[in-house]
Write a protein that binds this ligand. Structure first.
Ligand SMILES: [Zn+2]
Length: 358
């Protein structure tokens, strides 16, 4: 499936229209609203060479993790997701990662006419800072003038489905124009304040932009959400932890498919959780098993931690399910780097950091 994309990349900028003069392929410079261009992996978006008439919407998202982890993930060929822009919460610093004429993958069923903006937010942060709202509003201003997108927002997917364009949150984006078909995700809630955001978009926020220093402290991590269709190192973690919980899986392949979804639903039901097949904070809390050291023997959980340390975090250790000094050293090194208590024990906080930082 990458053949067509590869071919189109090979055609080069000479074959495409005026937009490419601003930003062509991987050699792109950041568009005016961004501080830096950090190219997403080419397998995480579609080469599309959209024209101005094709771009009608801005979709706003929250990362549910750090700015750095989102930027890293979009550069990872396993991600299969991306966004055009990622805005940092502490200061509004913005990376552009996908050219605007290409289709980033951030809101399934709604991407082809949209520009996606990810805003850093995770549990423990009070909300979106004024600095981030201001930076995001700058992007909207640019998109509105470049592509004639109206500066109006929608929280009703049916109103959005009937509109010619505007700004919509991920949760309310009507898939394929069908307002009965939206994402199950709550993104960009609980962080998003439409009233405050639109003050910046409308230019009525006064001086604003003073910046909100409301988080980002070391050692504060959040559980990311995973569901059918997701891939990557954290899905291996889910698969191995399901094995630890007694679910016998056929596949350990880092792909969240129907087998993982079915096992998660069984686990949720058995654990008294809402059964939705989505691994969110409550399911993670129930799923993780503490790896306490050589005298404790959760084999699959140890294997999961080793696999994450090796393939998600770059520690060249054996992945064998046995806790020895090599595993202990890697855990302690990871904990130190992540700002966690260094005790060699993979408990809930260390599990959360292992997942959040991949
Ligand atoms: Zn989203």
């Amino acid at each position: 499936m990458s053949d067509r994309r590869t071919f189109l990349k090979g055609v080069g900028a000479s074959a495409v229209g005026g937009l490419s003069l601003l930003s062509a392929g991987t050699a792109s410079a950041a568009a005016p609203p961004a501080d830096e261009y950090i190219a997403a992996d080419p397998s995480n978006y579609s080469d599309d060479y959209r024209g101005a008439a094709d771009i009608d919407w801005v979709v706003v998202h929250i990362t549910d993790g750090t700015w750095g982890s989102a930027v890293n993930w979009f550069q990872d060929s396993r991600a299969d997701v991306s966004a055009h822009y990622v805005v940092r919460n502490s200061d509004g610093y913005t990376a552009q990662m996908v050219d605007e004429q290409d289709v980033a993958w951030h809101a399934g069923g709604f991407n082809s006419n949209a520009i996606g903006i990810e805003h850093e937010w995770h549990d423990g942060q009070n909300g979106i800072s004024d600095a981030a709202y201001a930076a995001s509003a700058d992007i909207v201003d640019h998109v509105a003038s470049a592509y004639d997108v109206p500066k109006q927002y929608f929280t009703d997917p049916c109103a959005a489905a009937n509109a010619s364009g505007g700004i919509v949150g991920h949760t309310n984006a009507p898939k394929y124009g069908d307002c009965g078909n939206t994402s199950y995700k709550s993104c960009p809630q609980p962080a998003w304040d439409w009233g405050r955001y639109m003050e910046f978009v409308d230019g009525s926020a006064g001086d604003g932009g003073s910046g909100g220093d409301d988080g980002g402290s070391g050692g504060s991590y959040a559980w990311e959400y995973f569901s059918n269709g997701d891939q990557g190192e954290d899905v291996y973690t889910i698969q191995y932890l399901l094995e630890q919980q007694g679910y016998d899986l056929q596949y350990h392949d880092g792909i969240y498919g129907s087998e993982v979804e079915g096992a998660i639903e069984s686990f949720q039901s058995a654990s008294g959780l809402a059964v939705d097949g989505v691994v969110g904070p409550n399911t993670w809390d129930a799923l993780v098993v503490t790896v306490a050291g050589p005298n404790d023997d959760p084999w699959w959980a140890t294997y999961a931690a080793q696999h994450s340390l090796r393939y998600g975090h770059g520690y060249s250790i054996a992945v064998d399910g046995y806790y020895g000094s090599e595993t202990e050293g890697a855990i302690e090194s990871f904990q130190s780097g992540a700002g966690l208590a260094v005790d060699g024990i993979v408990g809930p906080n260390t599990w959360q950091a292992l997942v959040d930082l991949t």
